[in-house]
Design a protein around this ligand. Structure first.
Ligand SMILES: *[C@@H]1O[C@H](CO)[C@@H](O)[C@H](O)[C@H]1NC(C)=O
Ligand SMILES: *[C@@H]1O[C@H](CO)[C@@H](O)[C@H](O)[C@H]1NC(C)=O
Ligand SMILES: *[C@@H]1O[C@H](CO)[C@@H](O)[C@H](O)[C@H]1NC(C)=O
Length: 390
């Protein structure tokens, strides 16, 4: 490596020898702290440039940028070396795979104010050498807008609608036009931008930019400008899980917030835990018909419980429905024979207790009883035989 570096520096003595040329002009780039900045450097080779291609990005310092502070990334003999400079370790890489075809641009992730300075792109292919500089300024203020929603992980079951919140406020009144982007990120440090998911730009919404979420993503507010850039994704799939970034831009500020979406493949269920059984009572006694159940997820939508009497050789005929619990209300007076004789025994039916008592048992009460419990994820039924002896 020492030998290689010595060779590379030796070559960098003049601005432009040979015929490789950099087409990117010198420029100044401003970026907001925490963002990924792209430092452009495009070049073209000519037929005289026969030597191996070497690219260096250097950090300069001094009043006239005369001091070479650090090598931050190198491309040499088909390899990338990016671990020279402690301060940028893991944050810098070339932006494209097209280095050999003329793209020497780099990106620096999670830029900090301390990254501000002058960067030199040097492209060499013997005998040619070409250079350009980029002035980077990283601003630590967040401009005229800030996001008030904290980073968070949101978990949803597959098939549900998930809400990804992104609330923002304007700090100054005279901001430029508002732009909102939701992005999907990937990579161990969320450094890769995979897709634009939905956009709000110039008062228009573009919700068809990401095929995977086509028809499933929308802004939840119809007044985005007032500070609500939240979105919903309907019918979430396991493949939707990952990092989503809400990015709010309004000159001169850009802010973003990452949200993690976790999708569980848990399909809810309801089950009755009381075993089938036969209960015998004497006429005139109080009969207790047990029915306990469990729900998962515990709280999901309205709960519906019905008790029925069944008849027929296979208990296939619903003879009568005589007590019902629906959306926190009990209906128990629609079957004349049982009027005033039937009640749920628990005050907290939702907790999983749907048992009933029938007072003053009659011989005609004998038969098959069915307890049915339904919620958004399904229905379960349990049966009990009742015999009444005279
Ligand atoms: C740097 O970029 C190259 C080309 O795009 C890629 O193959 C490589 O994995 C990247 N390295 C890191 C550490 O991200
Ligand atoms: C967004 O989804 C949530 C459930 O996650 C739902 O409560 C809310 O009503 C939805 N908003 C709109 C505008 O559809
Ligand atoms: C239900 O009936 C049983 C007897 O079968 C009795 O022990 C219990 O107290 C009754 N529960 C209520 C709430 O009336």
């Amino acid at each position: 490596m020492v030998f290689l570096l010595g060779f590379l520096f030796l070559c960098g003595v003049t601005d432009h020898i040979g015929s490789v040329s950099i087409t990117t002009p010198e420029q100044t780039i401003q970026e907001v702290q925490g963002e990924t900045v792209h430092l452009p450097c495009m070049f073209t080779l000519s037929p005289e440039d026969q030597g191996p291609l070497d690219i260096e990005w250097l950090r300069l310092s001094g009043p006239n940028n005369e001091a070479m502070d650090h090598v931050i990334i190198l491309y040499a003999v088909d390899k990338i070396y990016s671990d020279f400079y402690q301060d940028m370790r893991g944050r810098v890489n070339f932006t494209s795979n097209g280095i050999t075809s003329g793209e020497a641009s780099i990106k620096i992730r999670d830029v900090q104010p301390a990254d501000s300075g002058t960067y030199l792109c040097k492209v060499k292919t013997a005998p040619g050498v070409a250079k350009t500089t980029v002035q980077l300024t990283v601003v630590d203020y967040i401009g005229s807008v800030s996001i008030t929603t904290p980073e968070q992980t949101i978990e949803k079951d597959q098939g549900e609608t998930v809400h990804l919140p992104c609330m923002f406020t304007f700090i100054s009144k005279d901001q430029g036009p508002l732009n909102i982007e939701w992005l999907r990120l990937s990579g161990p440090n969320n450094e890769a931008m995979d897709h634009v998911v939905i956009l709000y730009s110039a008062d228009k919404i573009h919700d068809d930019v990401y095929p995977d979420l086509k028809g499933r993503v929308y802004f939840t507010s119809n007044d985005i400008k007032s500070g609500d850039a939240s979105i919903n994704i309907t019918n979430v799939q396991l493949s939707d899980a990952g990092t989503y970034q809400c990015k709010v831009k309004t000159y001169p500020g850009t802010v973003n917030r990452n949200l993690q979406l976790a999708v569980t493949d848990h399909i809810g269920s309801v089950s009755i835990t009381t075993p089938e059984q036969t209960i015998q009572k004497a006429r005139g006694e109080t009969v207790h018909l047990p029915c306990t159940f469990t729900l998962s997820p515990e709280d999901h939508g309205p709960l519906f419980i019905d008790w029925m009497q069944l008849t027929g050789p296979q208990n296939e005929v619903v003879n009568r429905m005589f007590i019902v619990y629906l959306a926190d209300k009990i209906y128990d007076n629609f079957y004349q024979d049982m009027k005033g004789r039937v009640q749920f025994t628990s005050n907290d039916i939702r907790s999983g207790e749907a048992s009933i008592n029938i007072t003053d048992a009659r011989l005609s009460d004998a038969g098959t009883y069915q307890c049915g419990v339904s919620h958004a994820f399904g229905t379960a039924k349990g049966t009990i035989q009742l015999t009444v002896v005279g």
